[in-house]
Design a protein around this ligand. Structure first.
Ligand code: ARG
Length: 458
């Protein structure tokens, strides 16, 4: 493409080192869409005849068909997706193909292609997020009114509904979908027309191209437009944060699936055995999804680091943007899909949850609240109940085994009704504020999610 200036071919090593076609061929259909819009703008500027435009469009469409059918032959010596397609077009239609690159550089071309690609990838990821949300709502519904211990510091804290715990992840995923959509929206600005870095003396109608390609706006600084990869960083960041949420969900799942907790049984179809220990049933999917979060973080840091020292405008370093973006989209998409399937087939062990939730210490705070309702200051009430907990530990009994006399020895405010406080179901019923886990609140939120997700496509 640049033989005019050069007297030697690139070395074989340079070719292999510099090629991007092995991975940027994933941008082929976006590249073709961009070229069609660019050709239409060239026609509008009277730089192509109607017949030349028609022949370019037809040629590009036939190349797109070959690519979709897997019949297109990619050539490493043509370096990247852009030059492969342009060369194929010229081979196919002759002279008009050589006019296509007028007023365009691969710098504005690749920035356009990647934005288009990301827009589609984001839509797919958002629908995969919706799929996992639906699966988790199903799991929460199957939890019914089952109570489990809620944890802080991974120590039993207070009772919650299993459904409430699961719905926490549905909330997180909702924010993730919002971040992905937000990244896609900010990326939806057309770089094409920025040329190599300084636009072109041949002015094309950029608003027209933006409309053809479904962009909301056109970039306002050509140097920024060819070197900006913020949009890719935002995408990678949204993927990394989503991965962090999946990793936490997986960690909970791994704990719940252990013999120590035993709250959740994963299907045989979603677990693996051991080659050595015949009894093992391992939650590999959850472990892999937790592990792959490292890749999602790595991809974000890879691109941030690539960008940090770059002078304006385009530098070849920017070619390193694509593999992290592709990998994060693939990795996150696969994790979301397999987790949706896994939770769809997981079964609660309500007996094990009930046994764990029966721990009277979980409702110790309710005694403090009881004393507060009798007029005691919370700090004082906290101290009184703490003393009773210490007493029960010292006697090796549960709080329920203390007598009313034991209680009244610490505070006269305890009446017979105090014993009733040590009931997890009753405790939960009383947690009625918005966002709290009373069965009524949780049921209402479940219904809300059911409706919300029914209207969201996945
Ligand atoms: N393959 C290149 C990339 O991904 C396309 C742009 C190349 N531009 C250039 N001036 N060499 O960044």
């Amino acid at each position: 493409m640049w033989h005019g200036r050069f007297s030697k071919d690139p070395s074989a090593r340079l070719r292999a080192y510099g090629q991007s076609v092995s991975f940027d061929q994933r941008l082929a259909l976006q590249d073709i869409a961009g070229s069609k819009a660019h050709a239409a703008a060239l026609r509008k500027a009277r730089l192509l005849t109607p017949n030349e435009l028609k022949s370019i469009h037809r040629g590009l469409e036939s190349i797109a068909r070959e690519i979709r059918a897997g019949k297109f032959v990619w050539r490493e010596e043509l370096e990247d997706v852009h030059m492969n397609i342009e060369a194929a077009l010229t081979r196919k239609i002759g002279a008009p193909g050589a006019k296509l690159h007028t007023a365009r550089s691969r710098n504005d071309q690749v920035a356009t292609d990647l934005r288009l690609w990301m827009r589609e990838a984001t839509a797919d990821l958002v629908s995969a997020v919706r799929g996992l949300q639906k699966s988790l709502v199903g799991l929460a519904v199957r939890g019914g009114d089952a109570i489990m211990p809620g944890y802080t510091h991974l120590q039993r804290a207070q009772p919650v509904l299993a459904a409430h715990h699961v719905l926490a992840y549905v909330e997180m995923l909702e924010r993730d979908a919002g971040r992905l959509a937000d990244a896609a929206q900010r990326a939806n600005v057309l770089p094409l027309g920025s040329g190599a870095l300084a636009g072109s003396t041949i002015a094309l109608d950029r608003r027209f191209m933006a409309r053809q390609l479904g962009f909301d706006d056109v970039s306002q600084n050509s140097m920024d437009a060819v070197s900006d990869r913020d949009f890719a960083c935002e995408f990678l960041s949204a993927c990394a944060i989503t991965g962090m949420h999946l990793s936490r969900l997986c960690e909970d799942t791994i704990l719940w699936a252990s013999s120590e907790f035993g709250f959740l049984a994963l299907s045989d179809a979603h677990t693996t055995g051991s080659s050595l220990m015949p009894q093992k049933k391992n939650p590999d999917i959850a472990e892999l999804a937790r592990g792959k979060t490292g890749r999602l973080y790595g991809n974000l840091f890879s691109l941030l680091t690539t960008l940090k020292g770059l002078p304006l405008a385009y530098n070849r370093d920017l070619q390193e943007d694509k593999e992290p973006v592709f990998d994060s989209a693939d990795t996150l998409g696969a994790s979301l899909e397999i987790l949706a399937e896994m939770f769809g087939a997981a079964r609660w062990d309500k007996r094990r949850m009930a046994a764990a939730a029966d721990d009277a210490l979980l409702v110790a705070t309710d005694w403090a609240d009881y004393l507060v309702r009798q007029g005691l200051a919370f700090r004082e009430a906290h101290r009184v109940v703490g003393t009773l907990v210490a007493l029960s530990v010292q006697r090796g009994v549960t709080l329920r085994d203390l007598s009313l006399g034991d209680l009244q020895a610490e505070s006269k405010l305890f009446k017979a009704g105090a014993m009733k406080c040590l009931d997890a179901a009753r405790s939960l019923r009383a947690r009625t504020a918005e966002g709290a886990p009373s069965p009524k609140r949780v049921a209402a939120r479940l219904a809300w999610w059911g409706k919300r997700l029914a209207s969201a496509k996945s």
